[in-house]
Design a protein around this ligand. Structure first.
Ligand SMILES: Nc1ncnc2c1ncn2[C@@H]1O[C@H](COP(=O)(O)OP(=O)(O)OP(=O)(O)O)[C@@H](O)[C@H]1O
Length: 290
């Protein structure tokens, strides 16, 4: 692999002065044991400031979901440090993770909303559940559920429906509303628009932009640079489990430094940059695999 220097692998300024919502340092993750042991992430360092949207892009198998699942405590890291809202969660066990989740500081949205939503709970039940767990009174929780449903532009008529009775786009918006009700500091979104048609994709991306404006920090994971480009303040590029480039979104798109990023930019049809022609992409691929 060509090792052009990865920019921004050091925590950003917000992390340095202790304000980061998420600070990941030197993260290594392996799957399997002994001879089957395979590295999925290596020496990944990334920080997210309050209200910042960081896009993580990379092709299939690059480790994007592993990053999300490790930050959410669903996969254990073999090395590194993860600090969420000032708490070092690296050594947290199940009970501590449950307590952290209950406090609603970090929430998540997955590609398939059926994984984020309980199929047996109505939209209303799904939205008020995290609030009831936090001890919010039912009446207050119900009012907040309605407020957040409106924020994702859904009608109150849907409150009594089960996830299976909604369209894919409506379901994903409910998943986003559920992630929002506890007013978290950080939301991890793993391919939130990949399963949606273009109209729904545009709507969800607009909702994410509005969230950013409201001060929620977002980690927006996608294989599609075009989706991330319009929303992210910074973009981090994962290649074979390593962050090869991190920088301001505009810079990563207009002046990509790593050869893999150049290939991604050159292959993204929706970006308003001159896309590389086939010969150029072949040249970049050859360079990448040299
Ligand atoms: N539970 C698991 N057990 C063993 N290996 C796994 C497991 N989950 C992921 N991997 C491997 O780890 C690597 C990273 O996978 P990961 O799902 O994080 O990539 P990704 O970038 O999210 O890919 P995609 O875009 O296809 O979801 C891949 O080689 C994958 O095969």
């Amino acid at each position: 692999m060509t090792t052009e220097h990865a920019q921004g692998q050091r925590p950003a300024d917000a992390a340095a002065d202790g304000r980061a919502v998420l600070e990941v340092t030197g993260l290594d993750v392996h799957y399997g044991s002994r001879r089957q042991r395979r590295r999925a992430l290596h020496d990944v360092s990334l920080s997210v400031a309050p209200g910042e949207t960081v896009g993580i892009i990379g092709e299939t198998g690059s480790g994007k979901s592993t990053f999300a699942r490790t930050v959410l405590g669903l996969v254990r890291a073999s090395a590194g440090r993860i600090v969420i809202g000032g708490e070092d969660v690296g050594a947290y066990g199940g009970r501590q993770w449950r307590r952290l989740r209950r406090r609603g500081i970090v929430q998540y949205v997955f590609q398939d909303p059926l994984r984020s939503l309980d199929p047996d709970l109505t939209v209303e039940e799904s939205l008020i559940e995290p609030l009831l767990i936090q001890g919010v009174a039912r009446q207050e929780a119900t009012a907040r559920a309605r407020t957040f449903l409106a924020r994702v532009q859904l009608s109150e008529e849907l409150l009594d429906r089960l996830p299976g009775e909604l369209s894919g786009g409506q379901r994903q918006r409910v998943a986003v509303a559920r992630a929002l009700v506890t007013e978290p500091k950080l939301i991890i979104l793993d391919e939130p628009v990949s399963a949606l048609d273009s109209a729904n994709r545009v709507q969800i991306l607009q909702i994410l932009k509005d969230l950013r404006a409201a001060g929620v920090a977002l980690v927006f994971i996608s294989h599609d640079l075009g989706s991330v480009a319009g929303v992210a303040d910074r973009i981090a590029v994962l290649y074979q489990g390593e962050l090869v480039e991190v920088g301001a979104a505009r810079e990563v798109i207009t002046a990509p430094r790593h050869v893999y990023t150049r290939l991604l930019v050159g292959s993204a049809p929706t970006l308003r940059t001159a896309s590389a022609d086939r010969a150029e992409r072949d040249r970049l691929r050859a360079l990448l695999h040299a």
